[in-house]
Design a binder for this molecule. Structure first.
Ligand code: SAM
Length: 334
């Protein structure tokens, strides 16, 4: 059901081969001691998915899709929608499985469209996606030519949603591991590109997060960092004392010049901001697949330029940067 043996096997003869032994032990321990009361329910949903090998798939379009309506019988359609409902809420997508649109809270295609044109071409690259969620972006990375995508996310719901999608896509180039970046073997230095999107503001120590990201990359590898920012000068950042947009785990929201300076301080080169976008209620909203509250409820109704707590409304920046080649990091004492 959740099985990483093809990944461990597939990493032989790659720049990540040295990671295999550690990874295998770590994943085995995590699966044995998962400490998540909902996991049995999620696994039961995976077991209830119909078995079929669909002919149609598309991972290079806004809606990641697999299968058509006519691939399944009426009872299989019903089993599919029941299993997908047991894996709610669906935050990241959209997906279309056999004609059923999973209209997720986030229209992640909008973020991907803003970021993808600026990336070093992903063709043939081994990619790490830190805080991958259910892997929507990973599919788009493969769709853009990446050789392999490894997502990491401590959320078992994200891991099992990915398993549900990959139950039908059957693609052994894409895995999501139930790990945090901090738990990963340090200094892997094997990824060509590392994404960290929507994670830095959840970290109490953003500079450590940048260092950990840098150490996943091979020399010359690319960092793609997307995070909440504020409008402001170098040196400025917001550390909300209470909640931010109802989230209680938000730490640092730097200005873009501060964020660029943090990346340089942590040894990255060629650091540049390629996008700054305010999050809209078109991009993040309540849907049938993620009922309850969403962005519109987190903003001040009178003044939507502010969150409900009075902070600046969500503004997100994307930074690209490179891990230097050779021994140049030594200059920074890092
Ligand atoms: C706001 S979501 C962003 C998801 C996706 N990357 C995106 O941009 O839409 C943050 C994700 O990061 C995961 N996460 C939080 N802390 C993490 C950590 N230390 N290492 C890896 N993932 C983490 C969460 O479980 C969650 O799925």
């Amino acid at each position: 059901m959740i099985n990483y043996s093809d990944l461990i096997h597939g990493l032989a003869d790659t720049p990540l081969a040295h990671w295999r032994l550690d990874l295998e032990h770590q994943l085995q321990a995590r699966l044995e001691n998962h400490n998540n009361g909902n996991l049995p329910k999620f696994l039961a949903a995976l077991r209830a998915l119909p078995s079929t090998t669909p002919a149609h798939r598309a991972i290079d379009q806004d809606v990641v899709m697999v299968g058509t309506d006519s691939d399944l019988s009426t009872s299989e359609h019903s089993a599919l929608t029941t299993a997908l409902a047991a894996l709610m809420p669906w935050r990241k997508g959209p997906f279309n499985l056999f004609g059923h649109l999973i209209d997720t809270e986030w229209q992640c295609n909008m973020k991907w469209a803003r970021i993808a044109p600026h990336l070093n071409p992903l063709h043939g690259r081994i990619v790490l996606d830190v805080g991958s969620g259910n892997g929507y972006y990973g599919w788009r990375m493969l769709g853009a030519g990446a050789a392999r995508v490894i997502g990491i996310d401590p959320s078992w719901l994200s891991v099992t949603q990915h398993c549900a999608i990959n139950h039908f896509l059957r693609d052994d180039r894409h895995h999501i591991l139930p790990l945090t970046l901090e738990e990963m073997t340090p200094n892997i230095q094997g990824f060509d590109t590392a994404f960290s999107m929507g994670v830095l503001y959840h970290r109490r120590s953003p500079l450590d997060h940048l260092e950990e990201l840098r150490n996943t990359l091979r020399p010359g590898g690319e960092l793609v960092l997307e995070t909440l920012v504020i409008d402001g000068k170098e040196g400025e950042s917001l550390v909300p004392e209470g909640r931010y947009a109802r989230m209680n785990n938000v730490w640092f929201l730097p200005s873009v010049p501060s964020l660029i300076s943090w990346c340089r301080k942590m040894g990255f080169e060629d650091v540049r901001c390629v996008d700054i976008t305010s999050t809209s209620t078109e991009e993040q909203r309540t849907t049938r697949w993620k009922p309850g509250q969403s962005l519109a409820d987190y903003l001040d109704q009178e003044n939507p330029k502010h969150t409900i707590e009075g902070h600046p409304a969500p503004l997100r920046a994307t930074i690209l940067a490179q891990r230097p080649f050779g021994g140049r990091l030594a200059r920074y004492g890092l």
